[in-house]
Design a protein around this ligand. Sequence first.
Ligand SMILES: NC(=O)c1ccc[n+]([C@@H]2O[C@H](COP(=O)([O-])OP(=O)(O)OC[C@H]3O[C@@H](n4cnc5c(N)ncnc54)[C@H](O)[C@@H]3O)[C@@H](O)[C@H]2O)c1
Ligand SMILES: [Fe+2]
Length: 383
Amino acid sequence: MANVFFTPHYIITGENALDLSKTYLTQMGKKALIVTDDFMVQFGNVKKVTDVLDSVQIDYSVYSKINGEPSDTMIDAGVEIYRDEGCDFLIGVGGGSPIDSMKAIGAVLANGGNICDYYGKVISKPIPPTCAIPTTAGTGSEATQFTIINNTRQNIKMLLKGPVLMSRLAIIDPTFTMTAPPKITAATGLDALCHAVEAYTSTKAFSMSDTYALSAVKRIFESLLECYKNGQNVEARTNMAIAALEAGIAFNNASVTLIHGMSRPIGAIYHVPHGLSNAMLLDKCLRFAVSGAYDRFCELAKIIGIYKEGMTVEEGAMAFIESVGELCRKLEIQTPAEFGIDEGDFIAHMDKMAQDALDSGSPGNTRRSPSKEEIIEIYRSLF
Ligand SMILES: NC(=O)c1ccc[n+]([C@@H]2O[C@H](COP(=O)([O-])OP(=O)(O)OC[C@H]3O[C@@H](n4cnc5c(N)ncnc54)[C@H](O)[C@@H]3O)[C@@H](O)[C@H]2O)c1
Ligand SMILES: [Fe+2]
């Protein structure tokens, strides 16, 4: 079977990647709209980018109101600023939220209407050139054709897609992630782990996506806990930044599965940060999915070095899932109850959440495809 594999046009990685990006930035346009959040301005990350732009005489405006996961209204505001300011390309600086917002702003600029019009469709008209500069080692949005935007009218987190959303330039400079506090490091790192594991066990996995997924899982088990405990360890931060990128490349080409499908409805209704809602579901979803892909889960046990001579494939697969659970415990991942979600309210929403999960298409990529009832069962098991 033939498969398409694609990535950003240019990927620049490593400490001081930003400096190396000057030549490529000058090819993108004359005036950038920098899409970001207020923390990025406060932490000085936006200044680092504008210093580079100043040095090569590229003009810019800053839109820093992506404070929280992006919504349709934030996108409308960004489109207006881009037009008013006469910008001709986009730079996203921050976690997945500003980078996704940058893509959605580009999508509306090129395709018209409102971002919600594109739910369930493929966004097709080429958007202005985009440059993604991630500051979390998590979403991999810098290397995906997806953007996830809250539809405030229907209370759903929309997964929107189109190859035109792929960044032209991705700058992966791990020094940007050094300021991420432990909680954000843990949740975003587990988001990357979900991307890699889901891509590797997806029905759409193939040789190219497998290579990136396996490498990402290995790096995450090597370095995530260290980043959580010691955020100043540059080597561990670098390893995680590459892992998140690789995991993004993997799922861009092989899709995500059950965890992401079930996670978005929790995020939409209870405003749980994306990485955390994935992490809450990780163990239960993998236990459901494992019987559809024992061999693949066993390969994951081998890549992280816990497969022992003499284990059966099933035992190897279960050993991997135990290791994931142990990692989540060490990263002190909250349960829905600890996050403050009311059990009764959660149960009342389960039917809609299960339907929204199925409608997103992601659960159907799981090798053991779940029914709506089985999804409801998994939601129920979280309490
Ligand atoms: N497009 C995709 O392919 C894709 C994939 C996965 C997730 N997502 C989406 O990405 C969003 C989540 O992104 P995220 O998890 O990166 O979080 P985020 O962008 O929402 O950021 C979370 C918080 O961390 C802060 N932060 C970010 N970098 C920091 C740093 N270096 N130091 C200190 N604070 C920092 C931000 O200011 C913010 O307060 C969700 O909306 C999710 O659905 C998109
Ligand atoms: Fe994700």
